[in-house]
Design a protein around this ligand. Structure first.
Ligand code: SAM
Length: 218
């Protein structure tokens, strides 16, 4: 079956290319032990986030959707500061533990609550611009997260969003799935905003058939 081949190739690429350190391996394991959904990025995707942050020379990173902090650790290994937003206090608590064990807790702020509120708080507080934003939370709110991201970035910043293909469902304008509709609206905004240069790629791998979008703030 093709999904098994996709997984096998991801495992091969990860074994061959990706140095997942002990903190990352442990974070993933703790998430499974605590029964969190396995919705964190795959190791090779985490490495891509880290490379994008480093290519950008990112000092400050904003992450929307923490889960157990797996992608947060990748980003915190690449930048001086990460602000990460999580609605679930239990997930946030595990994330903090994982960040501590990975030795990056001192460079991460975990803000607990609905991301829309946390983002409004950051805007109101006049937060210093972020160099990279990773959008990976509740997909119906993606359009809103994009709007806030544009207020919290500057020319040269990157905005990355995960899960934009959803097993191909993204092409269905009549989809009853509000996540699909959120992603479609988000992509329309990305494609029509003169402040952004964008692309998106579909991917297959250990996490199935999906994709990500990357935008550069002009
Ligand atoms: N970025 C993580 C990683 O790769 O390790 C995975 C994040 S997971 C796909 C999405 C997370 O967003 C979940 O932990 C979920 O609780 C959180 N979330 C969902 N709705 C949210 C909201 N309104 N505000 C903040 N976080 C939310």
């Amino acid at each position: 079956e093709s999904s098994e081949r996709w997984r096998a190739v991801d495992e091969y690429l990860t074994t061959t290319l990706i140095g997942e350190d002990a903190g990352l391996v442990r974070a993933r394991r703790e998430c499974r032990l605590a029964g969190l959904p396995d919705h964190e990025v795959a190791p090779n995707q985490g490495a891509l986030l880290s490379l994008l942050a480093r290519m950008r020379g990112a000092r400050r990173v904003l992450e929307i959707g923490t889960l157990g902090g797996y992608s947060t650790i990748w980003l915190a290994r690449a930048a001086q500061h990460v602000t990460t937003l999580e609605i679930d206090p239990e997930y946030a608590r595990l994330a903090l533990l994982n960040l501590e064990r990975a030795g990056v807790a001192d460079r991460v702020d975990v803000l607990v609550g609905p991301a829309a509120d946390s983002l409004a708080g950051l805007v109101a507080a006049g937060a210093e611009p972020y160099d990279l934003v990773f959008i990976d939370a509740d997909k119906p709110n993606n359009p809103r997260y994009l709007e806030a991201s544009l207020l919290l970035t500057r020319p040269g910043s990157l905005i990355v969003a995960d899960n934009i293909v959803r097993d191909g469902a993204v092409v269905d304008p009549a989809s009853a799935d509000e996540r699909v509709q959120g992603v479609r609206r988000f992509l329309e905004l990305l494609g029509s905003d003169p402040r952004l240069d964008v692309t998106a790629l579909q991917t297959v791998g250990a996490k199935g058939w999906d994709g990500f979008a990357v935008a550069l703030v002009r």
